[in-house]
Ligand binder design. Structure first.
Ligand code: FRU
Length: 485
């Protein structure tokens, strides 16, 4: 497909060809392709009647746009949800030879909402027998009705081996509900979680639940993702997680503190793929924030997805931490542009000019814990990252990063506590793609994702040593990343 060349258009992140996009939906692998459905409004660059847009990929990097998969119908707009492959034909929609791809989503009845009712969100299903090319909406919809819960949505369905059931996670305002089914059509509620746990600054959205091994040990834990809006640590929307156990019916966690998958302002509603062949847990998030998603300065389309990230679980100082780090294949579109060993004497700086900076990956390994990195251009814009190991804080400051005044919350200083960062050499890895920055510290132990809208390309990378002592950043590499469009 054609290269997207409008200002700010990401070149290696997924964006819709045109118009409004929000959450990733229906992430599932089937018959050789990864599906990416997404919340989509094809008539404007602001949120509106929701459809499921659709794209497919063989490698999660190069995407092929597909026609819209699901349209609003008599039950309502099509809100977020998931998709499964019904291998055993439990639903009877397909056959064992050609299992149905079943989409499970929320219906949002806008007339009900406008009339002031509270039961306007219900759950529906649709199936495809041609690997997502076309869908048939189930005529028994909705499969789960509503008894008056105002925010009741975002079904994530997966096959649970312990209970030999389909499990569905649903959010209900301030908590999670778990439902079960034998056939994807008839559902029973079996448990609840979270009324008194975790962050509650806003409504709970987009749940996900999966099992991961802890590091290289045999210990296994379940991880629950819950997006909340507002109430994120740096304002607006964000995604928290809980580490615990799931027995096939109930999720429990003795976690006391709040945990966040990403401390930047722009990684929301992220969920993981079902059915990935090697069992990797692959996560994609929406790279925006409800505080200003509708106001960002793009014209033809609005917003992008994060790069696909592999999730793993680690233990640092006896605490579980969810690690998220770009999938390995991303390396296949990177080509080295710059590589130099960089040392900076006390309180001085070093400037690298590079024309590919706006579409690049910067990587180094260092034991230094007090330095700043600035992305600058000839217009005087400055996006700054500050590593402060003494205060155990990492700060992303986009107040002077370019266009910031399109909405009052955008010009933020974003803080990330890095208390569990180990001593010694750690990797700093940064992905820049015209209007976004993703920072991965110690291979995904600490992550920040943020949108930026510089007045012109960032073309200078400034490394500042903020200590009296000389520091070494080791071998700093800058890779240009190819456009995937
Ligand atoms: C999250 C969300 C979901 C909802 C969808 C509507 O960003 O609010 O809870 O299903 O967006 O587009």
């Amino acid at each position: 497909s054609a290269v997207n060349t409008e200002p700010y258009r990401p070149q290696f992140h997924f964006t819709p060809p045109a118009k409004w996009m929000n959450d990733p939906n229906g992430l599932v692998y089937n018959k050789g392709v990864f599906h990416l459905f997404y919340q989509y409004y094809p008539d404007d660059i602001v949120w509106g009647p929701m459809h499921w847009g659709h794209a497919i990929s063989k490698d999660l990097i190069h995407w092929e746009h597909k026609p819209i998969a699901l349209y609003p119908d008599k039950n309502g707009y099509i809100f977020s949800g998931s998709a499964v492959v019904d291998t055993e034909n439990t639903s009877g929609f397909g056959t064992k030879e050609n299992p149905a791809l079943v989409a499970i989503f929320t219906y949002h009845d806008i007339d009900g909402e406008r009339a002031g009712r509270t039961d306007f969100q219900t759950q529906g299903i649709a199936y495809s027998l041609d690997n997502g090319e076309t869908f048939t909406v189930y005529d028994g919809n909705p499969v789960i009705g509503n008894n008056g819960i105002k925010d009741f949505r975002d079904p994530k369905v997966f096959w649970d081996d312990q209970s030999k059931n389909w499990s569905m996670l649903l959010v209900a305002g301030d908590h999670l509900q778990i439902w079960q089914s034998k056939n994807l059509k008839s559902w029973e509620k079996v448990s609840e979680f979270g009324k008194n746990q975790g962050a509650h600054g806003g409504v709970w959205e987009c749940p996900d639940l999966f099992k991961l091994k802890v590091g290289t040990t045999d210990e296994e834990k379940w991880v629950l993702l819950i997006s909340i809006n507002p109430g994120a640590p740096n304002g607006g929307s964000g995604t928290q997680y809980f580490v615990g156990d799931f027995d096939g019916r109930t999720f429990t966690s003795d976690q006391k503190e709040e945990k966040w998958i990403d401390w930047g302002t722009d990684n929301y509603a992220g969920v993981t793929y079902n059915n990935v062949p090697n069992n990797d847990r692959i996560f994609i998030g929406w790279m925006s924030n409800w505080s200003y998603a509708r106001d960002t300065p793009t014209e033809k389309w609005r917003s992008a997805m994060t790069v696909p990230r592999k999730l793993t679980l680690a233990k640092h100082s006896n605490e579980y931490q969810l690690i998220n780090y770009p999938i390995e294949d991303l390396g296949s579109i990177a080509s080295n542009d710059f590589s130099e060993s960089i040392s900076i004497s006390g309180n001085s700086q070093m400037v690298i000019s590079n024309d590919n900076l706006s579409q690049s990956e910067i990587k180094f390994r260092t034991s230094a814990r007090k330095f700043n990195l600035h992305f600058q251009n000839d217009d005087g814009d400055d996006l700054s990252l500050k590593m402060n190991g003494i205060e155990k804080l990492f700060v992303l400051d986009r107040t002077k990063s370019g266009k910031v005044d399109f909405q009052e919350d955008f010009a933020s200083v974003q803080k990330m506590p890095i208390a569990l960062l180990p001593e010694g050499e750690i990797e700093i890895r940064i992905l820049m793609d015209w209007s976004s920055i993703e920072v991965f510290i110690n291979q995904g132990q600490y992550v920040m994702t943020a949108q930026v809208f510089p007045n012109s390309n960032y073309s200078k990378l400034v490394f500042k040593n903020n200590s009296e002592l000389d520091i070494s950043l080791g071998q700093v590499t800058l890779d240009k990343i190819k456009s995937v469009w």
